[in-house]
Design a protein around this ligand. Structure first.
Ligand code: PLP
Length: 429
């Protein structure tokens, strides 16, 4: 038995499913997840000593790679001065400044401890700002695990949402309506019927929690328009895309200004962080400036803020985003050629340094149905084949891959060599 197998058995006796977040358990691909001992640049090493090229990057935060000396030093220096005070610190202002300067939709920002928390708080604010209850979300978009967001579409348009997890009340689900991603007709129909009840629509402007699904031309503009017409707020959940697809997130890349923005992942440089922000007229409704309550013992934590600032430094190096995009294009083009050469129907979406590979013969993958129509069984074979060859991809056909600044060309080439080998096995299977 490998050390990872031993640890997984032991973990399962004490931690539900052996993990502290479900997708880590490899449930959808099967098998035992490697327990990770350390990371360095684009590599991670498991407890059995096996080394992998990592395309998960802790699910997004590690855009500069693991244990970058600049980030590690910043965390150590912060720790020497104190891990937490529950009192304001100067570095929080610096991080706020550097976030606001990047995101056109943010005049003010509040730091929290996770993406989930950022989204919950932004939705509370949107409801307070509009005096309305209804939230609209899109199928396949993930916005954290708050009650009102673990909801699927009821039968038929404009019906109540239904809980997707036990433990969520019908009342919590009822105020969330779910539409298909990229379906502007469904959006316009819903707003025509119920626009005056809708507090906000929340969207991943590039969906990164069903692989990588780009907005069709006009989709984000259409959301902006219905919100403007009907007085609903547009929330861009940029927890994944913020600082990933562009320096100023998808809102900069596609030039659409949301009313509220949620961030997380990269802005904490691998430590727990979230943030939400928008125009001062809304943000000043947040306590203690205003009546909308939201708080956190560890919010603006000095270590997390230091790690975030150090990561932003590295991303501000000239050409960082162009380099990330070039590396990703190189990888995606190579993977595409490998699949083509082996007659494996495949489509790869990518933007900036995120990508999603779908085993499908469709010409586009634009929503959750398209993603679900991919060959999930083939994905699982692909995943395990690559893992065996030392390439660590996200353990689900519904997750994106991430390239970091630490992925050197030799590593991308090694990945393609291994992909060639695994594609040969897939063809034979
Ligand atoms: C990861 C993610 C979240 C949740 O963030 P946590 O820090 O895991 O709570 C919310 N929205 C999006 C788009 C995400 O990718």
């Amino acid at each position: 038995m490998s050390r990872s197998e031993e640890l997984f058995l032991k973990a399962k006796t004490m931690i539900p499913g052996g993990v502290n977040s479900p997708v880590r358990a490899f449930k959808s691909v099967g098998g035992t997840p490697p327990f990770i001992r350390s990371g360095q640049g684009a590599h991670i090493t498991d407890v059995d000593g096996k080394v992998y090229i990592d395309y998960v990057g802790s699910w997004g935060p590690l855009i500069v790679g693991h244990t970058h000396p600049h980030v590690v030093e910043a965390i150590c220096r912060a720790a020497e001065n104190g891990c937490s005070f529950g009192a304001p610190t100067e570095a929080e202002i610096t991080l706020a400044e550097r976030i606001i300067e990047r995101f056109p939709g943010m005049e003010m920002v509040r730091l929290v401890n996770s993406g989930t928390e950022a989204v919950m708080s932004a939705i509370r604010l949107a409801r307070a700002a509009t005096g309305r209850d209804v939230l609209v979300k899109f199928e396949g978009c993930y916005h954290g695990h708050a009650d009102g967001l673990l909801v699927a579409a009821g039968s038929g348009l404009a019906t109540f949402g239904v809980p997707t997890s036990p433990g969520i009340t019908r009342a919590a689900a009822r105020d969330t309506l779910v539409l298909p991603f990229n379906d502007l007709t469904a959006v316009e129909t819903l707003w025509a019927e119920r626009g005056n009840e809708i507090a906000a629509v929340i969207v991943e402007p590039v969906a990164g929690n069903m692989g990588c699904v780009l907005p069709l031309p006009g989709f984000l503009e259409g959301l902006r328009n219905v919100c403007d017409t009907h007085g609903s707020l547009l929330i861009f959940d940029e927890v994944m895309t913020g600082l990933r697809v562009d320096r100023g997130g998808a809102q900069t890349l596609y030039n659409i200004r949301p009313d509220l923005t949620t961030l997380g992942k990269i802005i904490g440089g691998g430590l727990p962080v979230g943030a939400y922000g928008g125009p001062a007229k809304w943000m000043e409704m947040i306590a203690p400036a205003g009546p909308v309550y939201q708080a956190g013992t560890l919010s603006g934590n000095p270590l997390a803020v230091a790690a975030g600032l150090a990561t932003l430094d590295l991303l501000d190096a000239p050409g960082a985003y162009a380099t990330l995009a070039a590396k990703t294009r190189y990888l995606v083009k190579g993977l595409d050629q490998v699949m083509c050469a082996n007659n494996i129907p495949c489509l790869i979406n990518h933007v900036g340094s995120m990508f999603g590979l779908f085993f499908t013969s469709a010409q586009t993958v634009a929503n959750f149905t398209d993603v679900s129509n991919g060959d999930i069984n083939r994905f699982n074979l692909w995943f395990h084949g690559m893992l065996q060859e030392g390439i660590y991809l996200a353990p689900s056909a519904f997750e994106a891959g991430f390239v970091s600044l630490a992925h050197e060309e030799t590593m991308l080439d090694q990945t393609l060599t291994m992909a060639e080998r695994v594609a040969g096995q897939l063809r034979a299977a």
